[in-house]
Design a protein around this ligand. Structure first.
Ligand SMILES: CC(C)(COP(=O)(O)OP(=O)(O)OC[C@H]1O[C@@H](n2cnc3c(N)ncnc32)[C@H](O)[C@@H]1OP(=O)(O)O)[C@@H](O)C(=O)NCCC(=O)NCCS
Length: 170
């Protein structure tokens, strides 16, 4: 399979925040943002693998800024690394200033998707070829995050997570 670049999977979804999607403080409800990120990430994973993809884990979510009612929100997802059957998807969330139109980073998240066949069995995906500095940085750190996620899920022994352990010993 030919490697693909992150730009081949990049998925950008822009939408606004409606009253039914807010919490009692009139800010975007966290679960609504998680769903928007999951949708964008799922499309990115499909574009990379051209397979059915399922969310395997949500590895990291940072709700750094609240997103007020009426905000225009852009969710941008792209594959940051592909393994054998799984893909790490990095999601950046941007908010647009209603007066200047300037974009500010609101939140980010990292999800793991697995490509599956028609019977739900994991199936191989193309490798990822990062191009820009930030894509290379995210690619390099993805193996540690995969190991951490597997250790937390009880699917890998901490003693086998060599790249993760190196973070604490080097
Ligand atoms: C995701 C799923 C296909 C993985 O199945 P599995 O039996 O664990 O399969 P494997 O052990 O072969 O793992 C497949 C890949 O997922 C990765 N993986 C599994 N669990 C993971 C986790 N918690 N974090 C990161 N990666 C994980 C494995 O490392 C492997 O990656 P690789 O092939 O690239 O090395 C299966 O658990 C599933 O179908 N889950 C339900 C998914 C779903 O319905 N999501 C929507 C939630 S409502």
């Amino acid at each position: 399979m030919q490697p693909k670049t992150p730009s081949e999977s990049r998925t950008i979804m822009t939408d606004m925040v409606l009253p039914s999607e807010t919490n009692p403080l009139n800010n975007l409800f966290g679960g609504e943002l998680l769903a928007r990120m999951d949708r964008a990430a799922s499309i990115a994973a499909r574009r990379h693998s051209r397979r059915i993809t399922v969310t395997a884990s949500v590895n990291h979510v940072a709700f750094n800024r609240n997103v007020p009612l009426g905000s225009v929100v852009t969710v941008e997802a792209a594959i940051s690394r592909a393994f054998r059957t799984s893909m790490e998807v990095f999601i950046d969330v941007w908010m647009e200033d209603r007066f200047t139109g300037e974009r500010a980073k609101a939140n980010e998240a990292i999800y793991t998707f697995v490509a599956v066949d028609d019977t739900g069995q994991p199936t191989e995906v193309p490798a990822l070829q990062p191009e820009t500095d930030i894509e290379k940085e995210r690619y390099d750190a993805a193996l540690r995050r995969k190991q951490l996620s597997l250790v937390l899920a009880g699917k890998m022994k901490p003693s086998e997570a060599s790249e993760l352990k190196a973070l604490f010993t080097d």
